[in-house]
Design a protein around this ligand. Structure first.
Ligand code: PEP
Length: 250
């Protein structure tokens, strides 16, 4: 039985004061959450604050991106070893906003995935199709290609130390959630594809759903057999919504 993971992606939101209020609110409810894992992925400058506030609690923390390089002349970049120094457990790689706005391709995302695992961070590999790709009936082709890139770079066994987040691009921040059945179909495709290479890795792999998950729709999504929690954007900025989603995963 896989343990579900709910992770908040704060994106470029927050301030020291807002984060404190939000984390205090979440911390007030996490102790009662039971058998599930939870985390927040915060902007880089707030990692120290997350570390100071969350150390020793059930709520883990992580980053939303990282460089594929370990160190060097890469102005403005942040490396995996740096994230590790701030106690990060997770790092998102290949979020659709990174792919679409910053031009990260599958090969770059795979390099980041490898660099994260090299230092012991758990990469949360984000995959998903655009609306155009869904309407063109190439969802499985796109998601399959995104997953193949990391399998080629790191081998299927590497997925034993990773999380996959299926996030249909058309559902992110739009208020349009994939139906539980639509999401389940893609999750089953992902698990089946990996099972074809290594069944035990596939059985143990946490595959989150992301895209307009809220307190009101989390339970029906998480009830699907291959949906192992969620990657939560907007709703992670509200402590009580985030806790409701976490409770749905317990
Ligand atoms: C996300 O940013 O990964 C996300 C799923 O956002 P939202 O929940 O706001 O759609």
């Amino acid at each position: 039985m896989r343990r579900k993971l709910v992770a908040g992606n704060w994106k470029m939101h927050g301030s020291l004061a807002q984060n404190k209020a939000l984390l205090d609110g979440v911390l007030a409810g996490v102790a009662d959450l039971g058998a599930m894992d939870c985390a927040v992925c915060v902007p880089f400058p707030y990692l120290a604050q997350a570390q100071a506030m969350l150390q020793g609690s059930k709520l883990a923390w992580g980053a939303q991106n990282m460089s594929q390089h370990e160190k060097g002349a890469f102005t403005g970049e942040v490396s995996a070893p740096m994230l590790l120094e701030f106690g990060c457990k997770y790092v998102l790689v290949g979020h659709s906003e990174r792919r679409a706005i910053y031009g990260e391709d599958d090969a770059t995302v795979a390099e980041k995935y490898v660099a994260a695992q090299k230092v012991g961070l758990t990469p949360v590999l984000c995959v998903g199709e655009t609306l155009q790709e869904r309407e063109g009936n190439i969802t499985e082709q796109v998601v399959g290609r995104q997953i193949d890139a990391v399998i080629q770079a790191a081998g299927v066994e590497s997925l034993a130390k990773a999380v996959v987040a299926y996030e249909p691009v058309w559902a992110i921040g739009t208020g349009k959630t994939a139906s539980p059945e639509q999401a389940q179909a893609v999750h089953a495709f992902i698990r089946g594809k990996i099972a074809g290479l290594n069944k035990s890795v596939a059985d143990g792999l946490v595959i989150q759903y992301g895209g307009s998950v809220k307190g009101a729709n989390a339970a029906e999504l998480f009830a699907m057999p291959d949906i192992d929690g969620g990657l939560i954007g907007g709703a992670a900025l509200d402590a009580s919504e985030f806790l409701t989603i976490c409770r749905a995963a317990a």
